[in-house]
Design a protein around this ligand. Structure first.
Ligand SMILES: NC(=O)c1ccc[n+]([C@@H]2O[C@H](COP(=O)([O-])OP(=O)(O)OC[C@H]3O[C@@H](n4cnc5c(N)ncnc54)[C@H](OP(=O)(O)O)[C@@H]3O)[C@@H](O)[C@H]2O)c1
Length: 319
């Protein structure tokens, strides 16, 4: 059992859980402001939420820089968006499960002369079976969490110098599946039974914890960082799993899911609206702010995770 079990148990508040259940049925706030000539970076823009969010920002006049793993889909996206909306849509090819690709993408972003107005960490995967990356790290943890950590870390100086930027994590209420906290002693799932929901929840919890530390790094700088749950929406997520899972998703799960347009609407609001321009370090369910569950507020674990992430990613000497 996690040593934090009793601490978190005492801190859990049912009212927050009920609020989350209620919020799951709400629609997002809408923002109708234009975002002309701003630059928006989105990871995983070739499908689902990322794709619709790219289109939403392009329809508001923003230029896009997408970080995708698939060259063919990226080219098609660029052609579609540039033709339809008359904005620029460039891309960087990076497999965000590979440390070298993540590092290269982060360095390229850090070298851009233009301001990055909004950075959306969206790329994600849902795996029912444990998989390791080429760097021998658990895949879900790397794609959801470590990639966003490394990219943010490499961008701290640039974004601070810009004096204005918004970073948004496409997180998930599923961080609650890591109900008894992050197991920093077993990030690779070697000591416990792996389940898709628990590993996904842990990776999303890591995102929210790192947001707390980045928020402090950006304090007083004009850079705002928040995390959001994009709704339970119908997308291609889970496509990397076996036939049975995909059948189950198509025939059962998908029926209860909402259209992914609500996620794009919420991400536009959080990136553009003046209503949230000063908000940082918060978790939103679509566009409703929520008090996170106790494991997602644990500063001690957030600091340990930060240190561990620097070590794993080889950034320790750049701290
Ligand atoms: N759908 C939901 O109900 C829901 C709920 C909560 C949170 N979320 C989160 O929302 C985000 C988007 O998911 P989605 O539902 O839109 O799923 P999706 O349709 O499967 O889209 C995922 C995107 O991430 C990209 N991606 C996956 N692995 C990658 C890698 N190794 N390197 C670079 N890009 C990679 C995919 O690229 P390809 O096109 O090449 O596959 C795709 O563009 C995820 O972070 C997910 O956890 C979704």
């Amino acid at each position: 059992m996690n040593k934090k079990f009793f601490k978190y148990f005492r801190e859990y508040r049912w009212s927050n859980v009920f609020a989350m259940i209620k919020n799951n049925h709400r629609d997002p706030e809408k923002c109708t402001d234009r975002f002309d000539n701003k630059l928006v970076v989105i990871t995983g823009a070739t499908s689902g939420i990322g794709y619709l969010t790219a289109k939403k920002y392009a329809s508001g006049g923003a230029d896009l820089l997408c970080i995708n793993r698939n060259p063919g889909k990226s080219k098609a996206l660029k052609e579609e968006i540039e033709k339809e909306y008359g904005v620029n849509c460039d891309y960087i090819i990076a497999d965000l499960s590979r440390l070298d690709d993540i590092y290269n993408a982060g360095q390229k972003l850090a070298g851009i002369k233009d301001n990055i107005d909004v950075l959306i960490h969206n790329a994600g995967i849902y795996l029912t079976k444990r998989a390791l990356t080429e760097d021998k790290l658990e895949k879900s943890f790397v794609i959801h969490y470590l990639s966003s950590f490394i990219i943010n870390f490499l961008l701290v100086d640039k974004l601070k110098a810009q004096e204005k930027a918004r970073i948004i994590y496409v997180s998930s209420e599923a961080y609650r599946f890591a109900a008894w906290g992050l197991r920093l002693d077993d990030l690779n799932w070697e000591k416990r039974r792996y389940t898709g929901l628990k590993s996904y929840g842990s990776a999303k919890l890591a995102q929210v914890l790192s947001m707390l530390v980045f928020d402090e790094h950006f304090h007083d700088s004009g850079v705002k960082i928040n995390a959001m749950h994009p709704g339970a929406v119908k997308t291609d997520t889970g496509k990397d799993n076996g036939r049975f899972y995909r059948w189950f998703k198509r025939n059962f799960l998908d029926r209860s899911l909402r259209p992914a347009g609500i996620s794009a609407e919420a991400l536009y609001y959080l990136g553009v609206s003046d209503d949230v321009k000063s908000v940082s370090g918060k978790f939103f369910n679509l566009t409703t702010e929520e008090e996170p569950a106790p494991p997602a507020l644990d500063r001690e674990v957030a600091d340990e995770l930060w240190q561990k992430s620097l070590e794993i990613s080889g950034l320790i000497n750049e701290n």
